[in-house]
Ligand binder design. Sequence first.
Ligand code: ADP
Length: 718
Amino acid sequence: MRVEELKSLGVDERVIRLIRERGIEELYPPQAEALKSGVLNGKNLILAIPTASGKTLVAEIVMINKILREGGKAVYLVPLKALAEEKYKEFKFWEKLGIRIAVTTGDYDSAEEWLGRYDIIIATSEKFDSLLRHKSPWIKDVKLIIADEVHLLGSYDRGATLEMILAHLRDKAQILGLSATIGNAEELAEWLNAELVVSEWRPVSLKRGVFHHGQLFWEDGSIEKFPSQWDSLVIDALKKDKQVLVFVNTRRSAEKEALLLGGKVQRFLSKPEERRLKQIADELESTPTNEKLKEALKKGVAFHHAGLGREERSIVEEAFREGLIKVITATPTLSAGVNLPAYRVIIRDTKRYSNFGWSDIPVLEIQQMMGRAGRPKYDKEGQAIIIAKTEKPEDLMKRYIFGKPENLFSMLSNEASFRSQILALITNFGVKNFRELIEFLEKTFYYHQRKNLEALEGKAKDIVYFLLENEFIDIDLNDQFMPLPFGIRTSQLYLDPLTAKKFKDAFEKLETNPNPLGVFHLLASTPDMASLRIRRKEQEDILDYAYEMESYLYQNIPYWEDYKFEKFLGEVKTAKLLLDWINEVPEARILETYDIDTGDLYRILELADWLMYSLIELYKLSSPKKEILEFLKQLHLRVKYGVREELLELTSLPMIGRKRARALYNAGFKSIEDIVKAKPSELLKVEGIGVGILEKLYQHFGVELPKVKAKKKQEEER
Ligand code: ADP
């Protein structure tokens, strides 16, 4: 279908003009089918097509057209913060038509009223769920919800949130779900009363095969011969001047393979490429993971996994798109969402280790990895090759290439999310009694799928008892629920009720024994903190540490036979890490000591920040002691900035983080007053303080930066 023909479907001329300005004249067949489904007239739609076949453009047309025609807001839900940013950049294009776009992630305790001024709001599911709980005034204007990667409804820890959002808004707004190909798309569409468009069409054709000891069995039955090691597939692609993505099952193997492949890839780099890569590598900060990344980068290879810092990740993605990096080795995180195609995709592992031992990676995931093969505009076809090691190639072929992806299952029954969702229904969404609760739950995919009301009632009852017993809610003589302040606040803070209960149970100990380690261990022991795991070789050291520090903890050390024992040690390890952080142990040393990556550290710090805030908020409800509240607030700031108490005044300034604050302090500038009084030339001598930073500081103080020598002005601060 020609883009022009969209006019006959009622699409605004301005939208058509801008799409054509982008250089798109012809819609892909599944796009045309989707747009003809009635979605432009307000019907719900599930669009299940392969990655990179243009789902986003469909979403854009529907969104923009609706906003121009009817006003109101569209909410675009994404599974990851990084994707929110990516979409924001893409959608900014539409500002030309006066459409206002905003992103919101993080901070779960806010109604974000400012979002009322925007037409398109991009949010993670968790953030939007928290906005619903805060009853943001603009929610009533939301006329369209777009759920990107809606198949993640089936993900164990996060699926329930998305399911509940859709259950809440099913009757209030139009829903457009964008999905990977799944086994039971019909069922999902039925639940949402949506039209369904399913297609296997791709803009670049895909050729799939299985590699086994030098033989490559293509899906069409042909066989190609290679040297026996699978890395010959990498070399072969490079000889054709193409790029390669290699999927492996752990972060460590991604790193290891990147370094191994580097030795073979380097000779394919041109001199200017080598220079550019070296420059990129040299600019990266020095951390244990980055050292490996730098080494690989110089040879034209990179690894990509959830442990990389945000900046490193985007540097790697950018350099791959530019063609500088020839090969990326990645964990499956890359296949979900990040738009980074390559001519050849190699899947080294089809099994992975989890809590329950080795298991097969689901077909859905492997197919998403394979879907990354083929760069539109550059490649005529893409190739996806699975490596057979112990398995028979024909088995892999049957399962992953000719097989159907798994069905999607509701994860509402996952206890932690169900607990939190039921509390929210009672405290924030006006569900008045058990009958109404069940009535609402009947609107869920869980119920649609299993039709088993008894099981649902049983689970819900257990949770309601838990909430009653722990004073989140009360019940009156007519069996009507009464939300209690503790429950209301828990739900707004977006906490698992079990976390809130742990906090409340610890208040007494907190008051008699306020100390950082005790508080950090409390945070680490909640289900909302992603605590570190303990390695066997560390057990003894951490246990010794726990004994040494026992008087600071709010919990007894469990016996080693106790099933909680290992978990407890992991929590102590996490608490110890946080203690190091606020005592200004350098980041690189923390990463090394705890054997974690930058991404892990930041995740823990982010969670600790939110949990500290929540702990304070809940403590405020319990006739708090002033000095304890002060202690907690100060500790919260120390967690936020990673500093000792004496630096807190300096870190309250813009652009002054833990490193700069320490440098200023050690140079004798210990307070804001010291800085205000100091000569700029003196301040500029301090490490990390350049003219840009000074300008920001003076701006903050409301004065102009006195003249500084021009030479200094050119110095770039890092
Ligand atoms: P998906 O969301 O399905 O993964 P995208 O929407 O990101 O895929 O589309 C992948 C790329 O294809 C984008 O660069 C997009 O601009 C481009 N694209 C989408 N539709 C068309 C089209 N009809 N013609 C040409 N390019 C298109």
